[in-house]
Design a protein around this ligand. Structure first.
Ligand code: SF4
Ligand code: SF4
Length: 478
């Protein structure tokens, strides 16, 4: 699932609408607040997000309703590749790399500490090591309590013992003092595979990049410990930390948008460390200016979860606020056809191949004075619509999958069985429904004309209506 900015902060207090086009002039600045760039500014008092209030945690407690609970806790994917990609899709979670990595015991910190004489050189070295390990984007943030969860979702202090088990209570202020730096890494979703949004091809790009990222993080954390410093995860919120680390800017679609890869990046759990480093700064690639004009993600979103309106102030932060709940709830109703939507990632004009004209466009935008940017953005948006279309619908073929094949809904008894199977399936080798590919799995229909260039993508706004009907039925059944 695409983890959205809002999903990090679902338990937060009131919001207020900001008026006008540029709110920077009519809102106060909070003096000791960290700077997250132009797209998300702290303008009022904030509270650290309670980790137990994030969507997956709420869902695990059954607070988001039965369909979503079953989607998260009791599903087994029909697709064998999907069952190895993500623990929640697996019949036997031990078949997923993510499960193996996240459950592995952490090593000790080397008592023979490497003496740091040049923090700048060490920061550069850590970035090069991260890239060697496979990270596509790397940044270092100066930690501020506003970036940290209150409480931890999966406590990790490098010893395998939880804070609670050792009677330790460390709030965001303590953690920010103890670990002044956060290292943010990301892997990217393959550009061509992401064109198959709302399709298993896109799912595989998403989930396997997540597996790779976990492995990279585990490798880097181990290296930091071997150098004699602590490396702690699962305490920093990925989005604000990534903004502070200069990974990208926050888009209207709730995703961090990077210079080279646009929105097609996976953010994992940043490493907090006491290693002396030099922090990076937030970047400006014109996302703030683009989002004011563009709205392609909001138009395309099948659940209307992305606002067409101006930014609002939510928990003291001025930003575009997505409706994380409607985005999240869709998943329970479409899992036979895809797992991760990603339409708002694919459609974003920043999500383009990493080629010279993409870099040139962003470079031009960045060098243009703020006052002239709206005019330039209108031209760029016009070109983007003409060349790339308003909705990406390219036919993608990958391995034996083909996004040109129309998905067909399975008979109800089969669909129910695929969810129910997991009750007795954990601990098995996952042979149930062992479809090897998307073409034969999930009741996908007949192959179309091989020369057809356009893929079949699950209907857009019709899908919204379907979702609403499902929601109404779910409410009635409560
Ligand atoms: S397009 Fe809408 S439903 Fe799909 S991931 Fe983005 S916000 Fe969620
Ligand atoms: S699609 Fe447009 S409005 Fe949405 S995040 Fe990308 S640039 Fe911003």
């Amino acid at each position: 699932m695409v983890i959205k900015e809002e999903e990090q902060a679902s338990s937060q207090p009131e919001e207020q609408t900001t008026s006008g086009k540029d709110t920077s002039e009519n809102l106060p600045t909070v003096l000791d607040a960290p700077y997250f760039g132009r797209t998300a500014r702290i303008v009022g008092s904030w509270e650290s997000v309670d980790a137990s209030g994030t969507p997956h945690e709420k869902n695990k407690r059954g607070e988001l309703g039965k369909p979503l609970y079953n989607w998260y806790m009791n599903r087994v994917a029909d697709d064998a590749l999907a069952r190895t990609a993500f623990p929640q899709s697996a019949a036997d979670k031990r078949n997923t790399l993510q499960q193996v990595v996240s459950r592995a015991a952490k090593g000790d910190v080397n008592p023979d500490k490497f003496e740091v004489t040049d923090a700048k050189a060490l920061s550069k070295h850590i970035k090069r090591v991260s890239e060697h390990l496979g990270a596509h984007v790397v940044g270092i943030a100066a930690v501020h309590p506003s970036m940290l969860y209150s409480g931890s979702r999966y406590p990790d202090d490098g010893t395998g013992a939880t804070d609670a088990a050792r009677g330790i209570k460390q709030g965001p202020d303590d953690m920010a003092t103890k670990y002044p730096y956060a290292i943010c890494l990301s892997t990217v979703w393959d550009y061509n595979m992401v064109q198959a949004h709302r399709h298993h091809i896109g799912d595989h790009s998403y989930h396997f990049s997540q597996s790779r990222l976990q492995l990279i993080y585990a490798n880097l954390a181990a290296y930091i410990r071997e150098l004699g410093y602590e490396a702690v995860q699962n305490r920093a919120q990925p989005m604000p930390t990534a903004l502070a680390a200069g990974i990208g800017e926050l888009g209207r679609n709730g995703m961090v948008i990077t210079e080279k890869y646009g929105a097609r990046i996976h953010l994992g759990d940043p490493i907090l460390t006491n290693m002396p480093l030099v922090a990076d700064k937030p970047i400006d690639i014109g996302v703030d200016d683009f989002c004011k004009v563009c709205r392609k993600c909001a138009t395309t979103c099948p659940t209307n979860s992305i606002t067409m309106d101006d930014k609002v102030v939510h928990n003291g932060v001025e930003k575009y606020k997505i409706n994380w709940e409607t985005c999240y709830r869709l998943r329970a109703y479409v899992m036979e056809f895809w797992e991760v939507c990603m339409s708002c990632v694919t459609v974003c004009p920043y999500t383009k191949p990493k080629v010279w004209w993409h870099q040139l466009t962003i470079g031009t935008l960045r060098r243009t004075p703020y006052a002239l940017r709206p005019m330039l953005v209108r031209g760029l948006k016009f070109l983007d619509d003409k060349v790339w279309g308003t909705v990406p619908r390219k036919r993608v073929k990958w391995l034996t999958y083909d996004s040109g094949i129309k998905p067909v809904k399975k008979p109800r008894d089969q669909a129910v069985a695929s969810v129910a199977r997991s009750n007795g399936a954990n601990g098995t080798n996952g042979t149930n429904g062992a479809h090897a590919n998307g073409a034969s799995a999930n009741g996908h229909g007949e192959a179309p004309d091989p020369s057809e260039k356009m893929g079949y993508y699950y209907p857009l706004k019709e899908n919204t209506r379907r979702f609403e009907i499902m929601e109404e039925r779910a409410k009635r059944s409560k």
